[in-house]
Write a protein that binds this ligand. Structure first.
Ligand SMILES: Cc1cc2nc3c(=O)[nH]c(=O)nc-3n(C[C@H](O)[C@H](O)[C@H](O)COP(=O)(O)OP(=O)(O)OC[C@H]3O[C@@H](n4cnc5c(N)ncnc54)[C@H](O)[C@@H]3O)c2cc1C
Length: 298
């Protein structure tokens, strides 16, 4: 099946207009952003929305900024814009690492941050990156604006807390001193979804890990988080051995499934190894060391 079922369509001119359109069309309406996930699903009839509300003109949702001590990334920011953002790279290099290896330029030029998170694919890269840095999602509906920690955003595969009639507006990440972040991924071929990937954020107090965030994708980590490994790391020396042990713990507590990308044991091994590498990357950056692109470490 290559042709979507019939649907109504309207193009929003503001957030308020988008919310009014969603309310008018009812619970079977869907937002369309980049359309890279939704349109193929409609063509395959895996999704049959009665109406689409196009938010591509909402430039107010397409900004990356620093406000109130937070990095703010609008839901309509394209992957390519996040990859190119000097602000994001300065404060959270995890996004530059991740965006380098998400899909290909065609998808990155159109696909959006909000669309990626709302699609909630269990192998989605940015869900792990946002979980690692403990971002907060800002959501608006008829009842007003609410905030939800990204670690509570996903309610299951392809399901989130964003309800019918609601719009994801932006992601906010508190900027805290003494830290940095990194992301590493293993994929079968360039531009593919991950076999497994890990993101890490580390805050140092001298040679000790004061705090750490670890996000995992494609390996069945609850809410994309390696909580037990994070807990272990707090107060540990910021050393290779600590990061290796955190990786071992992360691998133990994830729950990968076998599929065309690999068997369970391989994915579990990757979860541990990539967690350790992402932590080393984040810690090296927090110390001010130069970190080459992943795959060119030498
Ligand atoms: C060939 C290919 C390769 C890919 N490779 C990767 C990869 O390696 N890693 C990876 O992580 N991803 C990958 N992706 C996924 C890609 O990143 C997503 O398809 C895309 O970015 C989703 O964003 P979108 O703007 O296109 O969403 P859309 O398709 O427009 O929307 C997706 C869903 O989100 C909802 N939605 C969108 N925006 C909002 C909003 N602001 N508020 C509420 N709901 C909203 C829509 O209603 C829909 O349900 C790949 C996709 C393709 C096609």
């Amino acid at each position: 099946m290559q042709v979507p079922a019939a649907f109504e369509y309207d193009r929003a001119t503001s957030v308020e207009h988008a919310l009014a359109l969603l309310a008018r069309f009812g619970p079977e309406a869907r937002v369309v952003a980049g359309g890279h996930s939704l349109i193929p699903m409609m063509k395959l009839r895996l999704a049959q929305p009665e109406a689409l509300v196009d938010i591509n003109d909402l430039s107010e949702l397409a900004q990356v900024s620093v406000e109130g001590g937070e990095l703010r990334i609008g839901a309509l920011v394209r992957h390519a814009d996040l990859l190119a953002s000097p602000l994001a790279r300065e404060h959270f290099p995890i996004f530059h690492d991740a965006e380098r290896v998400i899909a290909d330029p065609v998808v990155r030029n159109r696909g959006t941050i909000g669309g990626s998170l709302c699609q909630a694919d269990p192998s989605e890269d940015l869900s792990a990156a946002f979980a690692a840095v403990s971002a907060v999602a800002v959501i608006q509906g008829a009842a007003g604006v609410r905030t939800v920690p990204v670690r509570e955003f996903h309610t299951g595969p392809y399901e989130t807390v964003v309800g019918p009639g609601e719009l994801l507006l932006e992601l906010r990440i508190p900027i805290r001193p003494g830290g940095s972040s990194g992301y590493v991924k293993v994929e079968r071929r360039v531009g593919d979804w991950p076999v497994a990937a890990a993101g890490a954020a580390v805050w140092l107090d001298g040679d000790v890990v004061a705090d750490a965030g670890i996000g995992l994708t494609a390996v069945g980590a609850p809410h994309f988080v390696a909580a037990e490994a994070e807990e272990f790391l707090r107060g540990q020396p910021a050393a290779r051995e600590s990061f290796a042990e955190a990786g071992r713990i992360a691998a133990e507590h994830c729950n990968p499934v076998a599929d065309q990308r690999g068997p369970v044991d391989y994915k579990r091994h990757l979860a541990g190894e990539l967690t350790a590498r992402a932590l080393r990357r984040a810690a090296a950056r927090a110390r001010g060391e130069h970190v080459p692109p992943h795959g060119q470490e030498g």
